[in-house]
Write a protein that binds this ligand. Structure first.
Ligand code: PLP
Length: 419
């Protein structure tokens, strides 16, 4: 069975009523036959049938034996750190989701771990950066938000030779496009909030592995710490998974058209999209993945112009996150990646003029028209702004020009609250 078919076939064959849609077991506890006998389920923190079905499905889609669902993507990434001992080192790619950078920069050292960052696009640099104490190599590919590509096969080979675990954050590609375990990774981690859920109505994470020992350690810890996904979110996620294939196929097609449109636009300096002919990682990505994904990033050379473009869009909501059915625009430097700790900002904070688009399932012609309009409007606003600059003596005009949606609470000033 191919992946799109697997996504739809979710019914549990053991269901006593033959329910076609998975039942939601919204219960904290399960009745026991006696005080000494536990059934398959006893307490939802430990296990729940709705979550078990989800986990079986996630494992199947990634081509693995085991999956564990967590309360969020960050809880799943944090779970990876639980596999390490104080003194161990994490070597991470240097284009990472801001929250992962915050976890590695702030929390990992508190647990006695050391963290290094390296260019995941350069296997030679990764091999050279591995230390005796490196126990975990953590990469994204394509990366968020610069859509850089790491060669999973080569990284897996390096990690195995060194006795290091390779974990791949597969949130962007999802198993529909890329299955890192097939390329030799030991672990796959997901923010299922993104494409897997696909509707921006849940927060969830997952860790997938083929290794029973690693799975048992993670499951023990998840139960002890209480970070398992709640049944309702598991149920919503199962519902989202059913349409993963048509959603993502449509999103990839539209994203490609948008990337091509932006690449030809004179106001755009550079487009980051793994299917463009000049993308340095294109050949590798095409070898290891079956589509580019829903994200397109671009720069304009001018942070203010980028901000005006984002604020001029009407069909792209200004919001963090990606992968959902509704298109979203963001300025990663000020939003999703504002949580990168200051000391890592030079290396891990994206360029200030970078715009990230997450392309949804709207009609692509509408999205292209919206972008064209926003680029034109942002250019017009630019001219108006410089005229206002020349009329500095007119304070009322300046005040009205200063009002903007992003100018309210500065996300960069409140890194602990930024998603
Ligand atoms: N990994 C990636 C690539 C992400 O983009 C995000 C969130 O944006 C996460 C992990 C964290 O996931 P969550 O927000 O579900 O905790």
């Amino acid at each position: 069975m191919r992946i799109p078919t697997r996504c739809v076939r979710l019914a549990d064959p053991r269901d006593p009523y033959g329910a076609v849609a998975p039942p939601l077991y919204q219960t904290a506890t399960f009745r026991q036959e006696s005080a000494a006998e536990f059934g398959e389920y006893d307490y939802t923190r430990t296990a729940n049938p709705t979550r078990s079905l989800l986990e079986a499905k996630l494992a199947e889609l990634e081509g693995a034996r085991h999956a564990l669902a967590y309360t969020s993507g960050m809880a799943a990434v944090t779970a990876l750190l639980g596999l390490l001992e104080p003194g161990d080192q994490v070597l991470a790619g240097d284009d990472l989701y801001g929250g992962t950078a915050r976890l590695l920069g702030r929390i990992a050292p508190e647990r006695g771990l050391t963290v290094r960052f390296g260019a995941a696009t350069d296997p030679g640099a990764i091999a050279a950066a591995l230390a005796r104490s490196t126990r975990l190599l953590l990469v994204e590919t394509p990366t968020n938000p610069l859509l850089e590509i790491a060669d999973l096969g080569r990284l897996a080979e390096i990690a195995r030779r060194h006795g290091t675990l390779l974990a791949v954050d597969n949130s962007l590609a999802t198993p529909l496009l890329q299955r890192p375990l097939e390329h030799g990774a030991h672990l796959v981690v997901h923010s299922a909030t993104k494409g897997l859920g696909g509707h921006a109505d849940l927060v969830a994470g997952a860790v997938v592995t083929d290794d029973a020992t690693i799975h048992d350690r993670l499951a023990f810890r998840r139960n002890a710490e209480g970070t398992a996904l709640a049944p309702f979110e598991a149920w919503l996620l199962l519902r989202g998974l059913k349409t993963l294939a048509p959603r993502l196929a449509w999103q990839c097609r539209s994203a490609r058209r948008i990337a091509e449109f932006l690449a030809a636009h004179p106001a755009v300096e550079r487009v980051y999209f793994p299917a463009l002919p000049d993308h340095p990682g294109r050949a590798i990505h095409e070898r290891q993945a079956s589509g580019p994904g829903p994200l397109v990033s671009f720069t304009t050379g001018d942070p203010e112009l980028s901000r005006r473009i984002v604020e001029s869009l009407e069909l792209f909501t200004i919001a963090v996150s990606f992968g959902a059915v509704g298109s979203v625009a963001s300025l990663p430097c000020r939003m999703s990646h504002a949580s990168v700790p200051e000391e890592l900002a030079g290396r891990l904070r994206p360029p200030p003029d970078l715009v990230r688009l997450s392309v949804g399932v709207e009609d692509p012609d509408d999205l292209l028209a919206d972008l064209e309009r926003a680029l034109a409007r942002a250019g017009a606003a630019n001219t108006l702004a410089s005229q206002r600059e020349e009329q500095r003596w007119e304070p009322a005009a300046l005040n009205s020009a200063g009002a903007s949606r992003l100018a309210r609470p500065e996300p960069a000033d409140r890194p602990d609250r930024v998603g």
